[in-house]
Design a protein around this ligand. Structure first.
Ligand code: CA
Length: 217
């Protein structure tokens, strides 16, 4: 999963970025509203964490412009415990909010919940035949036994499961598994797919020739 953090407090942005990376996310950081909007319109993020008090373009303006074109879940960070800001944010299309200071674990849990809900899968447990993905613990079990996966293999399996039944292109996978500074070649996706088939079952992900992949279990 790939998230965008729009936050001008450098130290806070870095702390949040590191926490999400450690939790298996790909993360981009934008230090002001304008670059945040640019990122949000350039990539298809799974979620956006948006500060409200931002230089160049404030969070409300960013939110309004993002919402005009996309349904990406947005969690706003409000500096003050100000009810008006929260209401204004939620009424402008934000999906959730958190007041600073906050616990990183709560922020990550909320973002994960937003991503699941926006994919129409509110439960943290995704069942796919004899494969079960526990998105809270980031563990995959096959026939109740935990399967050892690299973080990217896990991320791919989870992404496919959240888009079960949909055709997923290689570009989509690439966009959601890597951040903007990554220059990994997209053919590694094929390697991850074949690893997942080997570990989770040969029918786990189907290839649609010249189109992409589909998890139809
Ligand atoms: Ca700020």
């Amino acid at each position: 999963m790939r998230v965008l953090i729009v936050e001008d407090e450098e130290e806070l942005a870095e702390t949040v970025r590191r926490a999400f990376v450690e939790d298996g996310f790909s993360v981009d950081v934008a230090p002001d509203g304008e670059s945040g909007l640019f990122n949000a319109q350039s990539w298809n993020y799974d979620a956006i964490i948006l500060d409200l008090m931002l230089p160049r373009l404030n969070g409300f303006e960013v939110l309004k412009k993002v919402r005009a074109k996309s349904t990406t879940p947005v969690l706003i960070l409000t500096a003050r415990d100000d009810l008006n800001d929260k209401l204004k944010g939620l009424n402008s299309g934000a999906d959730d909010y958190l007041t600073k200071p906050f616990q990183l674990s709560e922020l990550i849990a909320r973002v994960r919940a937003l991503v699941r809900r926006s994919a129409g899968k509110p439960s943290p447990l995704l069942k796919l035949g004899d494969v079960e993905i526990d998105t809270a613990a980031r563990i995959i079990r096959k026939k109740t036994r935990p399967v050892e996966l690299t973080p990217k293999e896990y991320a791919l399996a989870e992404f496919m499961a959240l888009h079960r039944g949909e055709l997923v292109t290689r570009t989509m996978i690439y966009d959601h598994l890597y951040d903007e500074h990554d220059d990994t070649f997209s053919n590694v996706v094929d390697v991850y797919v074949s690893n997942l088939r080997r570990k989770l079952g040969k029918d786990f992900i189907e290839t649609r020739r010249n189109q992409g992949y589909i998890l139809g279990v």
